[in-house]
Design a protein around this ligand. Structure first.
Ligand SMILES: Nc1ncnc2c1ncn2[C@@H]1O[C@H](COP(=O)(O)OP(=O)(O)OP(=O)(O)O)[C@@H](O)[C@H]1O
Ligand SMILES: [Mg+2]
Length: 430
């Protein structure tokens, strides 16, 4: 996918997501406003009904008293205590609120405005809130002689109550938004990872074609020369050409083997044979093979075998390849005279192998990546040093198969040190 299209898609998706979240927030706010309005209306209705009921109760009581005392005073109302108790008023309010679906804690009080006293109140803890933030209703409005009085109702948990009603909606919205954001970021990172992978794979194919082309064309030239009648007369030439073909063929075989090995590692089917191996012998053998390449560049390989016990259990072929790959890298990535030091030492449970070079080094950011398959430290468009980026991933897989550990210390332009720990005993995995 084109980089511009990806970026455009990201922008469109981000804008859409933000828009969607905005609309969601707007709807939730709207719903909350509606809930609040309904709540207020229900409380007002409840208040009116309570006031009416209070007046009715009072009137009934007044009639009872007048029958008893023989006089009726319609203009003055009775003191509250005489016709209703605090608990009765409490249950009256509670009943009226419950009918309207308001099931939250409330406080109430009957307040005389001019003298600023509470004639009756549920608890004394909310006087300030009752006066400042409550729902108020005038009582006994036709009583012109007494000073105005109010029934005040206050809900200490009003906000929470309104929120609990919205809680389900809010929760589902949050879960959905998180799900969308998660899928979105996952998709984007996958796209980028795939893009990177396809670039790496392209590089690899280019690289491989190039690597294979050289020996193939050398072999075909040598074959051409050999098929020439005159050439065949000279035994020395023939020998030389055959030698070239054999050598180039070996190179091809090594490269093909390397690629095949990687496929095997990928499937997790690395074949291991367990035998007793002297690591010093393995290293010496590899040095013998690789020293020509190092000497061509005027370099040296310094051996420092300090391990007293150099025998361990492992797979000879894989361990040989491991040492070869590390020494090959140390040589390849030392542009001038390579100075490579290879040392061994014993620890309580195994052997520590250290391969040190004074080459180009690897920056901190790249150090983790070099063990990934097909990864090569980018050096602009041209790679002076040929390779597939498979060596270290193979080394890492081999170390893991041997239950060992590998670490890397390196500084750009100073050099690199690879440390490989291999245990004496190889515990086979199931
Ligand atoms: N000793 C070293 N010094 C500096 N850079 C190194 C060293 N060893 C490895 N690297 C970096 O790590 C990368 C990965 O190494 P790796 O051995 O996996 O692949 P390669 O050498 O490029 O190819 P090949 O598959 O032929 O080994 C290299 O391309 C190189 O950039
Ligand atoms: Mg390599």
């Amino acid at each position: 996918m084109n980089r511009r299209i990806i970026i455009l898609t990201i922008i469109v998706m981000t804008v859409a997501l933000i828009g969607l979240m905005g609309i969601q927030i707007y709807w939730i706010q709207n719903a909350s406003a509606v809930k609040e309005a309904i709540f207020r209306r229900s409380v007002n209705e409840a208040k009116e009904s309570i006031v009416k009921k209070l007046e009715r109760i009072e009137k009934k009581k007044a009639v009872e008293i007048s029958q008893f005392e023989g006089m009726l005073n319609f203009n003055r109302h009775l003191p509250y205590e005489s016709f209703i108790t605090k608990d009765e008023l409490d249950s009256l309010i509670s009943q009226e609120l419950n009918i309207r679906g308001i099931d939250t804690r409330f406080e109430f009080g009957i307040f005389q405005q001019d003298s600023s006293v509470f004639k009756m109140e549920k608890s004394m803890n909310f006087r300030k809130e009752l006066i400042e933030k409550s729902y108020a209703s005038p009582l006994f409005q036709n009583d012109f002689f007494s000073s105005p009085q109010y029934l005040l109702i206050y809900f200490p948990h009003e906000k929470q109550f309104l929120l609990t009603e919205l809680w389900g909606m809010l929760l589902i919205s949050i879960i959905l938004i998180i799900a969308i954001v998660y899928s979105f970021t996952y998709t984007i990172t996958t796209i980028f990872r795939q893009k990177k992978l396809s670039e790496v794979k392209n590089d690899f194919i280019n690289n491989m074609t190039h690597e294979f082309k050289t020996p193939i064309s050398t072999i075909s030239l040598a074959c051409e020369a050999l098929s020439d009648h005159d050439m065949r007369q000279s035994g020395e030439f023939t020998e030389n050409y055959i030698h070239v073909i054999v050598e180039e063929n070996k190179r091809l075989a090594v490269m093909a083997e390397k690629i095949l090995q990687t496929a095997v590692i990928d499937k997790g089917q690395m074949k291991m044979t367990k035998e007793k191996i002297d690591l010093h012998d393995v290293i010496s053998e590899v040095i013998k093979n690789i020293s020509i390449q190092v000497e061509i560049k005027d370099g040296v390989i310094l051996k420092n075998f300090m391990a007293v016990n150099s025998v361990l259990e492992g797979d000879k072929v894989h361990l040989t390849n491991l040492v070869y790959n590390l020494l090959d890298n140390a040589n390849k990535y030392s542009p001038k005279k390579p100075v490579i030091r290879i040392s061994t030492e014993n620890t309580s449970s195994g052997i520590l192998l250290t391969i040190e070079d004074k080459g180009i080094g690897i920056s901190k950011a790249e150090q983790k990546k070099v063990f990934e398959k097909l990864y090569r430290v980018p050096t602009g468009n041209i790679h002076e040093v040929r390779g597939f980026g498979l060596g270290l991933s193979y080394v890492k897989a081999t170390v893991e198969e041997h239950n060992g550990k590998i670490s890397l210390e390196s500084e750009v332009n100073k050099g690199s040190t690879f440390k490989v720990f291999l245990p004496f005993k190889l515990v086979e995995k199931n």
